[in-house]
Design a protein around this ligand. Structure first.
Ligand code: ADP
Length: 588
């Protein structure tokens, strides 16, 4: 048990050290100032209890009126100082805790966006949102506790202790007689709280995942009459959370409760022994009052420190989870000194590409060439690995064996910015952001003039439906573009790609969801888009396939046939069979 505990404490220490190095050291001037103010604030309590000795011995017993004014004014000043330093130090601590937590959030988001796609398959959006917002918020608590609580309260305790020892060391010892009884429960509680709060963070994550899935899939939820089911699931999660919160509150309250008991025992002994000393004339009433006040004033900070242990563990659990995320490393990164694709060379070649999603092999040595400026169609049954080819090409995934070259350069030798800057991807689930159409086309670019924007809007046939929209280009498209139709969304995505004007175009053409009229318009826009670009298209429609410069037929992760439409039909292989199947489907 002991080594485990030691290891846990070591990691807490290591975590806090990392936090200090990464986020707090930069604020060390403010921290020093806050600390200075807290030393002043904390020590006023010691001085206050000390002031009671002359108050009793010289004013009440000795009858010195002058002294009454001096001590009275002194005490008033102490409170003024407490108020001023208290306000200032709280403002500074809030400033430090808020800025450092925000810095952490920004860093975390930057880090998360750089992680591999596979990471996002294992970690649903809801859980990540909870971690970016919730966990960093929890760390803020740590900061408030260490500086706010520990700083101020520890100093108050030290100053009160000094006063107590100065009055009578024996009394002080007696007051603390029961304190060792706190040590074991404190250690056990810390472990419990750490474990529970980790559990609770997981449960909060689950709560957020459930919510984000419900809201993103609100229509399927309604259509499948799943409201009751979803509510039940949500309720189960939150009820668990509430149960844990109650348990945790009980455990956190245990320590202050124990402190109450320990203090009570201390009071008792001091009263008995101190009372005898005063009756025997060895001590004055002022001594006793001063000592007793010091003890009473120590009570609150001590209780607060008792709860601090819990807060510290909660924050440590958060920190642990945060640093777990920070320690995730992306495997798909730019090389240290990236190569460049020779200008104008955009031929794409897959050479013996093997790729597996985890344990599931998907590409088994796929090889083909897509010539520069030409259209290459990828066809094959569903699950053949066509979309995976796109992922490998854009480096959303890296092949385990084999390579992908653009213009003769291995994509892994290029920077990620270059690879993605060369390629525009237009897929069936054209993802729009909850902004206006204009913003969805510009994607943050500010160097586009109105005329150019107009041009792409016309060419992508977005202009055709702008008139029907209340605010034209300034119409918001709703979450994930939900207020536009499928065909309209696709046309916005085409406009986007036209504006990006990259030499390579990857199209996943799933126009099956569109009606004949929309399909014709989208088709026209796509043709305009692919003009003069190296185009790789996952083809579902005969027209594209027939006109393609080359057709690559895939099956089970292999390229099984290649050639032009007529050649492949003559060959009578898989393509001819697929073609026949589609042809009979479309004519019947
Ligand atoms: P196609 O585009 O030809 O229909 P895909 O490349 O989408 O085929 O998929 C090929 C295989 O890889 C399928 O069996 C699919 O289940 C699997 N697959 C696709 N994407 C993933 C993923 N992100 N994680 C795990 N398996 C995947």
């Amino acid at each position: 048990m002991a080594p485990r505990r030691r290891r846990q404490q070591e990691t807490t220490f290591a975590l806090v050290r990392r936090l200090w190095r990464d986020y707090l050291r930069a604020h060390s001037a403010w921290i020093a100032l806050a600390f200075g103010l807290m030393v002043i604030e904390g020590s006023t309590l010691g001085l206050l209890s000390y002031a009671l000795k002359p108050m009793f011995d010289r004013v009440f017993v000795g009858g010195e009126t002058d002294m009454m004014w001096i001590v009275g004014t002194g005490i008033l000043m102490l409170f003024v100082i407490r108020a001023v330093t208290g306000i200032a130090s709280r403002m500074i601590t809030t400033r430090i805790s808020q800025t450092s937590a925000t810095e952490m959030q920004i860093d975390l988001l930057r880090h998360l966006m750089a992680l591999d796609t596979q990471f996002f398959q294992k970690n649903p959006p809801g859980s990540l949102m909870e971690r970016v917002v919730g966990d960093t918020g929890g760390v803020q608590g740590l900061w408030r506790t260490i500086v706010g609580g520990v700083g101020r309260d520890m100093i108050a305790l030290v100053s009160l202790f000094v006063v107590a020892v100065a009055i009578d060391p024996v009394w002080t010892l007696l007051a603390l007689v029961a304190a060792p009884a706190l040590i074991l429960p404190t250690l056990a509680l810390q472990r419990y709280i750490r474990r529970k709060s980790r559990q609770m963070r997981l449960q909060s994550g689950r709560r957020m995942i459930r919510l984000s899935e419900i809201f993103q899939g609100i229509n399927p939820v309604k259509l499948n009459l799943m409201e009751g089911y979803q509510l039940g699931q949500f309720e189960a999660i939150v009820q668990n959370l509430v149960r844990n919160q109650i348990k945790m509150a009980g455990m956190k309250g245990l320590l202050p409760g124990l402190i109450d008991l320990v203090t009570g025992v201390g009071f008792f002994f001091v009263l008995i022994v101190g009372g005898r000393d005063i009756i025997a004339g060895e001590k004055t009433v002022g001594d006793f009052m001063s000592f007793f006040t010091a003890m009473a004033l120590a009570f609150q900070p001590l209780r607060r420190l008792g709860t601090t242990a819990g807060v510290f563990q909660v924050a440590a659990a958060n920190l642990e989870r945060l640093y777990e995320l920070f320690d995730e490393k992306p495997t798909i990164v730019s090389p240290p000194s990236p190569a460049k694709v020779p200008v104008g060379q955009t031929e794409i070649e897959l050479g013996g590409v093997h790729f597996a999603y985890g344990d599931l092999p998907v590409l088994h040595g796929a090889s083909f060439v897509a010539e520069a400026g030409k259209t290459t169609a990828l066809v094959g049954p569903s699950g053949a690995g066509k979309s995976t080819v796109f992922n490998v090409l854009t480096r959303l995934a890296d092949p385990q064996f084999g390579n992908v070259t653009i213009g003769g350069v291995d994509t892994r030798e290029l920077s990620l910015e270059d690879v993605r800057g060369l390629v525009s991807v237009v897929t069936q689930d054209a993802l729009l952001f909850d902004e206006t159409i204009r913003e969805n086309i510009l994607l943050g670019r500010t160097d586009v003039d109105e005329a150019r924007l107009r041009e792409v809007v016309e060419a992508a046939h977005v202009a055709d439906f702008l008139d029907q929209l209340p605010q034209g280009l300034a119409t918001p498209v709703g979450p994930r573009g939900s207020s536009l139709s499928g065909g309209q969304r696709q046309r916005v995505a085409i406009a986007r790609a036209l504006l990006r004007d990259t030499p390579i175009l990857l199209l996943d053409e799933a126009t099956s969801a569109l009606d004949a009229a929309s399909e014709a318009v989208v088709q026209a826009a796509l043709e305009r888009l692919s003009e003069g670009r190296t185009t790789l298209v996952i083809a579902h429609r005969l027209a594209t396939v027939r006109d393609a410069d080359k057709i690559v037929v895939m099956q089970g992760g292999h390229v099984v046939e290649e050639g032009r439409h007529e050649d492949l039909i003559t060959r009578g292989g898989l393509y001819a069979r697929l073609y026949e199947l589609q042809f009979s489907e479309t004519t019947t």
